[in-house]
Design a protein around this ligand. Structure first.
Ligand code: HAM
Length: 423
């Protein structure tokens, strides 16, 4: 019986992997230019980390998290996001004790039990950064700038991108704002979807997240969090915008942007692309100044963002000219089945690889002509080794692009510059 992959969890096949690897290289290099260092937290965490960190009544934890007991009954979770894990690691390893800013990045799989659709999987991959230890609004601007620069590095800056920005205030701003919002939503309860009628009472800010047109219509005129900021939060937001202007980064203030996770404070943002359809958020993030203390660390302000790799892949696949097939340096074709020839070929192949060349051998017993055709699609050079060549202690090296050919002594095969057409 055929066993299939789990719904919403897909293979990245070899034809696509080149693009993924290029993305991963660009992302790492961009993050490192902004002085972020990599952290690799585990994929499995205690479920409690997310119920406390992200919020027990967020959809993410309540409806979408994969939770399972281990063999002793301990409730574990496949991580649905990485911010809580990074903060846990930051507290657990005393990274705060160094008294400096901790700038960390990650890349890896996350798991959410959502309805799979274009740009939304149950196993997906996030790249993200977290900067822990400073309240400086220039740091908010830095992470937004980093996100924007990454899109430039990937050649996506013209893919209908919009930076949505909002400020949702600190813990002290929240109760009066929620009260004002709940009052407004109460007055329009009959226009809301059934879920939002409940949310309006239990967690009114979640109504602003709802995608239903009727709820959006109500949200449009709802009180804005940015109008309910204390003096310090209002100043912070003003400075973030000043820095974004200084960086020439265009943004759209969107008062309905509240983000689906409970840990956010002050700045929140999303970068969306109108080329992505319903799941249009390329990345999202913001400040979470209380999360470190909620997870048992000393009060530590922090800001970060994460984006989905699959959505970048969708955009890049839509761009013409994206060809990631990478050629090997050489394919070695032994001629005939003389054991001495085959041993010499195995040895030559090994020496090529040890010398740092990417190389493979014809293993499928194809005719020389067929083997040459296949090799021409895979490599820049073909190396032919038959009984005559072996007797002379040579191989024939053919540069496919220029059709130049040369006899090269076997002993000198790995020397630079001896292959025809080499640069
Ligand atoms: P998030 O908005 O839940 O934020 O996810 C960030 C990004 O991950 C989304 O914008 C989207 O590109 C991608 N994503 C989310 N769910 C899926 C899915 N099911 N399939 C494919 N892609 C998906 C966070 O996770 C926060 N931890 C971000 C953050 C970091 N905030 C501060 N620091």
């Amino acid at each position: 019986m055929k066993v299939e992959s789990v719904r919403g969890m897909r293979d990245v096949l070899p034809a696509e992997v080149g693009l993924w690897q290029r993305l991963e290289r660009e992302i790492r290099s961009c993050f490192e230019r902004y002085a972020y260092g990599e952290i690799r937290p585990p994929v499995v965490e205690l479920a409690e980390l997310f119920s406390r960190g992200v919020g027990g009544d967020t959809d993410l934890v309540h409806k979408e998290m994969y939770v399972f007991p281990d063999r002793k009954g301990l409730p574990l979770a496949l991580r649905p996001e990485a911010t809580a894990s990074v903060v846990r690691a930051f507290v657990e390893h005393g990274l705060h004790a160094r008294g400096d800013l901790a700038k960390l990045y990650y890349l890896g799989p996350m798991f959410r039990y959502e309805k799979p659709q274009k740009g939304r999987q149950r196993q997906f991959h996030q790249y993200g950064v977290e900067a822990l230890g400073s309240l400086d609004p220039a740091l908010d601007a830095e992470v937004i700038d980093l996100a924007a620069q990454l899109m430039v590095a990937l050649g996506l800056e013209r893919q209908g991108l919009t930076l949505r920005l909002n400020a949702i205030g600190c813990a002290a701003d929240r109760p009066p704002y929620k009260a004002a919002l709940a009052t407004y939503l109460g007055e329009h309860a009959e226009q809301l979807c059934a879920d939002c009628q409940r949310r309006a009472v239990e967690n009114p800010m979640r109504v602003l997240d709802c995608k239903q047109p009727r709820c959006r219509a109500v949200s449009k005129d709802a009180p804005h969090s940015a109008q309910h900021l204390c003096g310090a939060c209002a100043r912070h937001f003003g400075e973030v915008k000043t820095y974004l202007d200084a960086l020439d980064l265009a943004y759209k203030e969107d008062y309905t942007l509240v983000r689906g996770l409970d840990y956010y404070t002050r700045t929140v943002f999303e970068l969306c692309s109108d080329e992505l359809g319903a799941q249009d958020a390329l990345l999202g993030g913001g400040r979470y100044d209380d999360l470190v203390s909620v997870l048992g660390g000393p009060p530590t302000p922090a800001v970060g963002f994460a984006g989905g790799m699959e959505r970048l892949v969708l955009l890049l696949q839509g761009l013409a000219g994206e060809d990631e097939t990478r050629l090997l340096d050489a394919v070695l074709v032994p001629v005939g089945d003389d054991p001495a020839v085959r041993s010499a070929a195995v040895d030559a192949l090994h020496r090529l690889r040890v010398a740092g060349r990417t190389a493979d051998m014809e293993y499928m017993a194809r005719s020389l002509r067929k083997a040459m055709q296949v090799a021409a699609r895979r490599a820049r050079w073909v190396i032919i080794l038959g009984p005559d060549e072996l007797e002379r202690g040579e191989v024939t090296v053919r540069h496919l692009a220029s059709a130049q050919e040369a006899a090269v002594p076997l002993a000198r095969l790995t020397e630079p510059g001896v292959w025809p057409g080499s640069v």
